[in-house]
Design a protein around this ligand. Structure first.
Ligand SMILES: Nc1ncnc2c1ncn2[C@@H]1O[C@H](COP(=O)(O)OP(=O)(O)O)[C@@H](O)[C@H]1O
Ligand SMILES: [Mg+2]
Length: 440
């Protein structure tokens, strides 16, 4: 087997050298947790036969998992003793194998397949529910088995924090690790962190030092509400499809398309480095393919060019321009359109029955980072995009795209039902008028 020197920062040494049952590493962004866990597991898996489960709360596809990171590290080190397939990674010499699972979809039957696990890695552990932990913990039952946990704390009472780390027992190691402990932290990331320290100490503590968010009432949207919507699974509502498009303003922003039908936001697609014509082409493709009732495009900045092209292509019936800065529809309550759309989003998120939100950790960060402000007339005014960008190191593009789907209320109608290539059901027609479950 090829000898390689794996680069694991000192602070993570206990992963390899100690035999705690639970190894709990927490802290802010870029502490090196994911890399160190991945490298350590790859190394151990070459030394002896191990069954390793990479777990998270929600895994809709392999894309959500640490599979890609492991593959990248395998090729970085040139570990040709590992064989990679679509859903598994195996070591051809020791027989070690890695599997990838979302805990939300496990019940007590399915989870039995994990009983032989030697090491379980729980990534993004801030998202783990009490129920998932209560099913998992007794399942990892093999003698000498370990549970490795990596977490960026979100709120004071994140379940796994409370259950495992807050009062650690003798078999639990708890280590805090931040970007300044990571000798491989890229300089650019370090600069973003330092900038945030000055411009917004409170966000710095949360994003970069891994402290839980203080639950003041300055944030518009709480992580608990977002997590609850992530958990919800809904059959696809028959409500009209609305797509929100947040067009990148600068090279480092992303253009995001967000798809929502009534109570379900079920798809988010983001693209980097597209020019105006390419964004318009992508938008045209989504319109042809998915036949939305409306597509709301943010026309602040370069989005205006996208809108013009789409209108020129005869799509003006579907595509509507929205300018975040313009006067709100309810101008006595909101200082601008952006505040109005975000507040509508918030109302939707906390409405009953529970709505469903496409799972995406960036979306959660975006949604929960925006501070509320009020103007002199007492109208809701959100924090400026530029301020958010300074702290976050990027724009909250995914949340803005979602907010755009709330630009106006969109009702279905009979004509649309007939235009969709499916059988017309009277039930649908009834539902389209009786929007009881879908205010939005
Ligand atoms: N062993 C390593 N070798 C090279 N770069 C690394 C290594 N560990 C971390 N990094 C760099 O640090 C960044 C942050 O590490 P990551 O593991 O993603 O942190 P966390 O999971 O704590 O947010 C990575 O994107 C990578 O650029
Ligand atoms: Mg990570």
């Amino acid at each position: 087997m090829k000898q390689v020197e794996v680069q694991i920062p000192k602070i993570f040494a206990p992963l390899l050298t100690s035999d705690y049952r639970n190894k709990f590493f927490y802290g802010g962004r870029a502490g090196g947790k994911s890399y160190a866990f991945a490298d350590s597991l790859l190394l151990l898996g070459r030394q002896k036969r191990l069954f390793i489960a990479c777990l998270r709360e929600i895994q809709n596809s392999m894309k959500d998992s640490v599979y890609k990171l492991l593959c990248d590290r395998i090729s970085f080190y040139g570990l040709d003793d590992y064989a990679v397939s679509d859903s598994k990674i195996e070591n051809k010499i020791t027989g070690s194998r890695f599997v990838f699972k979302g805990l939300r979809n496990q019940d007590s039957q399915k989870i039995k397949s994990l009983e032989g696990v030697d090491i379980a890695w729980i990534e993004e552990a801030q998202a783990i529910t009490r129920k998932s932990w209560e099913i998992l913990e007794p399942t990892i039952r093999k003698d000498g088995s370990q549970i490795w946990i990596s977490m960026n704390r979100e709120e004071e009472n994140d379940p796994l924090w409370v259950l495992v780390a807050a009062n650690p027992d003798a078999r639990t190691l708890v280590v805090k690790v931040n970007y300044y402990d990571n000798p491989f932290c890229p300089e650019e990331i370090r600069l973003q962190a330092e900038k945030c320290k000055v411009s917004s100490p409170e966000d710095y503590e949360h994003i970069w030092l891994g402290e839980p968010r203080r639950q003041g009432n300055t944030k518009l949207i709480s992580a608990t509400d977002v997590r609850r919507a992530f958990q919800q699974q809904l059959p696809m509502p028959s409500s009209p499809l609305i797509i929100g498009v947040d067009v990148a303003r600068f090279g480092d922003d992303k253009t995001v398309f967000c798809f929502r039908r009534g109570r379900s936001c079920f798809r988010i697609e983001s693209f980097s480095g597209l020019d105006v014509v390419e964004v318009a082409n992508q938008a045209t493709f989504f319109i042809r393919e998915n036949q939305p009732k409306r597509m709301f495009v943010d026309i602040g900045g370069v989005g205006a060019g996208v809108y013009d092209i789409l209108k020129d292509r005869g799509l003006g019936e579907v595509v509507k321009a929205v300018n975040f800065g313009e006067r709100a529809l309810l101008s006595e309550r909101y200082a601008n359109r952006r505040a109005e759309m975000w507040d509508n989003l918030h109302d939707w998120l906390i409405s009953e029955p529970q709505v469903a939100l496409f799972y995406d950790e960036d979306l959660l960060t975006d949604l929960c980072c925006v501070n509320k402000k009020y103007d002199r007339r007492g109208r809701l005014l959100l924090e400026e995009k530029d301020e958010i960008k300074k702290r976050l190191g990027r724009s909250p593009d995914k949340a803005d795209a979602l907010a755009l789907t709330f630009a106006e209320r969109v009702f279905d109608n009979l004509a649309l039902q007939m235009y969709r290539p499916k059988q017309l059901l009277w039930e649908d027609v009834f539902n389209s008028y009786n929007q009881g479950d879908d205010k939005w």
